[in-house]
Design a protein around this ligand. Structure first.
Ligand code: PLP
Length: 357
């Protein structure tokens, strides 16, 4: 199997080997050290300041999205949500569930966000901003600079879901004045699913004092308190946290986060060059390095996904709902190479010669 989905993705051999080991007991100095190093490397790779903190939440990315909603917002807030697809909709659903006062900017499939759109919301008393910086469902990567500028101008607390973007596109927490950044283990971190990560700026850490948590498992204050000594309030996904440690160290040893991002970018560009002669349209105005969203012009996207999986052992990422037949996505995250791109392109050419696409 070659896995070109957007998560879970292929892991390196080092990460796989840890998965085969026994899971150790974790209330130890040894595990605390791993966790403290995980925190330091996450801060380094996101360019967070020294006084930033990191929480490792056992639960997939959505757990950390929910934790951000429950711990940083309440009825005093007025929130602006960018909704360009199913992950934007998830933030909207969370705001609904917790009965928060929100306004959504709904974008068309593939549409980028503009500063003109944001300008309509200037000086309206918004206090929070929620964005999936890469809306993975449609493959649109929003411009963090215009978002950051808008939030600074209006003094808005900025939460960035960078779950599929961290390690694929540059994220600069200090430079972009991001208050909270979220990522997950099964995207470009290329580990098994089950852990999500929240990086909190000093401002976010301080804000917790003002917002008594209504949730026990997702309580960020107690997570931070335990994290001071490299521990967690409850039994975490110990095995995955050890795999994350190995992966972060591997990236560091290979030259750091910029080298990793450049590797993903090269894979994405290689694929985008090679797909040019095939009957697909790229459907995003602004792409992340993580994913190429493709609209097949001659047949159903979902049929291509099934045929590649069942007959070629190649997994691309299907879309759900009304986009199922229209868009499929090819991921460039995880342990993949340009040779893998060649195999996928050869399979697509074979489909073409068989008259399927
Ligand atoms: C994958 C992803 C999530 C989280 O999904 P989980 O299934 O809960 O891990 C959230 N936001 C974005 C942008 C994603 O790509």
């Amino acid at each position: 199997m070659i896995n070109f989905t957007v998560g879970p993705v292929q892991s390196s051999q080092t990460v796989l080997n840890i998965g085969a080991e026994q899971v150790p007991y974790f209330r130890t100095n040894e595990f605390s050290e791993i966790m403290l190093e995980n925190e330091a490397l996450m801060k380094k790779f996101t360019n967070a300041k020294e006084d930033a903190r990191v929480v490792f939440m056992t639960g997939s990315g959505t757990a950390s999205m929910e934790a951000s909603i429950v711990n940083f917002f309440d009825e005093r807030d007025k929130i602006l949500v960018i909704n360009g697809g199913s992950f934007g909709q998830r933030f909207v659903d969370l705001c609904e569930l917790y009965q928060l006062n929100y306004t959504q900017i709904k974008l068309e499939v593939g549409q980028a966000l503009t500063s003109e759109q944001l300008a309509q919301y200037d000086n309206q008393g918004f206090t929070g901003f929620l964005v999936n910086i890469h809306e993975t469902s449609t493959g649109v990567h929003y411009d963090i600079d215009i978002i950051s500028e808008f939030c600074q101008k209006n003094n808005i607390f900025l939460v960035v879901d960078a779950i599929s973007s961290f390690l694929a596109d540059k994220i600069d927490i200090s430079g972009s004045k991001i208050d909270v950044m979220i990522t997950g283990s099964q995207k470009a971190l290329a580990c098994p699913p089950g852990v999500s990560v929240i990086v909190l700026s000093k401002k976010a850490v301080d804000r917790l004092e003002d917002y008594p948590s209504k949730c026990m498992y997702l309580n960020l204050k107690s997570a931070l308190k335990n994290g001071e000594r490299g521990q967690t309030p409850f039994t975490p996904a110990v095995g995955i946290l050890r795999q994350i440690h190995a992966r972060l160290k591997e990236i560091e040893a290979n030259g750091g986060v910029d080298v990793e991002i450049a590797r993903v970018k090269e894979l994405a560009e290689d694929f985008r060059n090679k797909i040019k002669d095939l009957p697909f349209e790229i459907t995003s105005e602004s792409m992340s390095n993580a994913v190429t969203p493709l609209h097949p012009t001659t047949c159903s996207a979902y049929e291509i996904f099934l045929t590649l999986k069942d007959e070629y052992g190649i997994w691309v990422c299907p879309n759900g709902g009304e986009l199922a037949d229209k868009i499929m996505r090819v991921g460039h995250i995880g342990a993949l190479s340009c040779k893998d791109n060649d195999i996928l392109i050869a399979a697509l050419k074979d489909l073409q010669s068989r008259g399927i696409i």
